[in-house]
Write a protein that binds this ligand. Structure first.
Ligand SMILES: [Zn+2]
Length: 347
């Protein structure tokens, strides 16, 4: 389902507004219309979001220079998200991409400050104040984004600086730990100062943790292909056997999912859940309960891409198919086992 509306393209990057964001903006202007909030505030909020887009565009612009593909920028009520293909793990490039956003806010703040100074005697007071408020928002955005903790830009800046001196994984580990310490201090401060700080701390803590996990996984699995880890001796089932026969085989083989093969072609996949929860009687054929809409991987695909497919579709295993023929099967358990082995090897 499409939940965002495209509004314009800059540097060839589509900018989209999420429905929830549109509703928020409409809501803000409705409040302003009924004088519940000042119109000035509604305009300021709109400008803040425009600034967020410019911030994301700056990241994207520099990233594009390094050959990173930018799919789109989506505006959500919590801020902007630039959807890009994997950011290069070259520290210098990551540093410039991450700095571009906050730097843009600093530049906007300077321009607004100069405008404020030079027009102070010319403009009505409320407009001058407005310019000053908008400047402050940009200062806050720059400072907030430079907090040295993931998922903030500052976390990436810190990692990039560290990664110039050590390997990428170690640099990630250290910056993640610093980010978590930061989050804990912020949460404790939040108890005494402002409850809102605790929420931000939580956001930082979770972000740091996610960054750590995904970096570990992608660096350990780097360059590893599905064919290196797949199981080639696959137990398969015939679509014409009954549910009862299939269940007997499952108890014999002790796997949870099976490719269904007919005339040497993969026609479906059937899991223990499909069979045990099926509303059909035990004499029905398994072709009636199997999933025909199958997601597969190629043996030459990277393991990391197989893992993405498994996670995205909430699956336990993927059939490995080359030229319409089943050559193996790869399960999440297989990948996790490999990850554990690699991790022990590294330590
Ligand atoms: Zn940013």
């Amino acid at each position: 389902m499409k939940t965002s509306i495209r509004i314009l393209k800059v540097f060839g990057i589509p900018i989209e507004l999420d429905i929830s964001f549109l509703l928020l903006i409409i809501f803000i202007y409705v409040l302003a219309f009924f004088n519940i909030i000042p119109l000035q505030l509604a305009i300021l909020i709109t400008l803040v979001f425009a600034t967020v887009v410019i911030h994301e565009l700056s990241h994207s612009y520099v990233a594009q220079k390094y050959g990173v593909e930018i799919k789109k920028i989506v505006l959500l009520p919590i801020g902007g998200v630039a959807q890009m293909s994997e950011v290069p793990k070259k520290p210098r490039q990551e540093l410039f991409i991450s700095l571009a956003g906050p730097l843009t806010n600093v530049i906007i703040a300077i321009i607004l400050y100069l405008t404020y100074q030079f027009t102070l005697t010319l403009l009505p007071g409320f407009i001058s104040n407005f310019i000053l408020e908008f400047m402050l928002v940009n200062v806050v955005l720059a400072v907030f984004n430079l907090i040295p903790a993931f998922p903030m830009d500052g976390g990436r800046v810190l990692r990039a600086i560290l990664a110039e001196r050590m390997d990428y994984l170690r640099a990630t580990e250290i910056s993640v730990s610093i980010g978590k310490i930061f989050a804990v201090i912020m949460a404790v401060a939040g108890i005494f100062v402002n409850f809102f700080l605790i929420l931000i701390a939580l956001f930082i803590y979770i972000g740091a943790d996610q960054e750590y996990k995904s970096t570990i996984v992608s660096s350990l699995l780097k360059g590893m292909l599905v064919e290196n880890i797949m199981t080639t001796e696959v137990k398969t089932l015939d679509p014409h056997i009954t549910i009862e026969e299939a269940l007997n085989k499952i108890f014999e083989y002790k796997h949870m999912g099976y490719p269904v093969i007919e005339d040497q072609k993969l026609v479906g996949i059937v899991t223990f859940q499909d069979l045990s929860q099926s509303k059909y009687n035990k004499n029905s054929m398994i072709r009636e309960v199997m999933t025909e809409d199958i997601i597969t991987v190629s043996p030459h695909e990277e393991v990391i891409s197989a893992l993405e497919k498994l996670n995205k579709n909430n699956l336990g295993r993927l059939p490995v198919v080359e030229e319409n023929r089943l050559t193996g099967i790869v399960s999440k358990t297989d990948i996790l086992k490999v990850l554990n082995l690699m991790r022990n090897k590294v330590q």
